[in-house]
Design a protein around this ligand. Structure first.
Ligand SMILES: [Zn+2]
Length: 169
């Protein structure tokens, strides 16, 4: 359910595991052992995670952008940048390394891309190739949009904090 959110977080540079078909206990174990933030739409799993001392964020799983804003702001991240050198492979979470143009296996890249693109990155695990194409423009515009929503969410939070301080007085 959260596969798209996981892929986007990887592209933004966050180390993100996405494991299908795993039982709750195993997932909680991995989350705690590796000090990960457990993202879930499952209320009971979220409650278990918190009870066991793990970090968790409960998502709605309806609107991926809303979920991204929620997980980022809940983790104290109010601004993100796009830097392909820090991105992770959207398929497998592997790190990306820059490839010399001469080392790129040309048969793995569409012919049209080879003509205008000279910078390529490769996943160290699955060898998936990445380059600055149309999909990067879409990612940049998504990031602009998310940053606006994150800024608004930060402002809302600071207003709520002021309100709660007022209540104490
Ligand atoms: Zn990969």
């Amino acid at each position: 359910m959260l596969g798209t959110v996981a892929r986007k977080l990887r592209i933004f540079g966050f180390d993100t595991l996405y494991i299908k078909d795993i039982c709750d206990n195993e997932l909680l174990e991995i989350g705690i052992e590796q000090r990960r933030i457990i993202l879930t739409c499952d209320k009971s799993l979220f409650k278990q995670a918190i009870k066991k001392g793990a970090s968790g964020v409960l998502l709605k799983g309806v609107d991926e952008n809303e979920d991204l804003v929620h997980v980022l702001s809940a983790s104290g991240v109010y601004s993100i940048n796009f830097d392909i050198c820090r991105s992770r492979c959207s398929v497998c979470n592997g790190s990306l390394v820059k490839k010399k143009f001469s080392d790129v296996k040309k048969n793995t890249i569409p012919a049209g891309v080879i003509l205008y693109q000279k910078e390529f990155f490769e996943c160290v695990n699955c060898y998936n190739m990445y380059w600055d194409g149309n999909h990067f423009s879409r990612i940049r515009s998504l990031i602009n949009n998310l940053n606006i929503r994150l800024r608004n969410s930060k402002e809302r939070k600071s207003i709520e904090t002021v309100d709660s301080v007022d209540c104490i007085h």
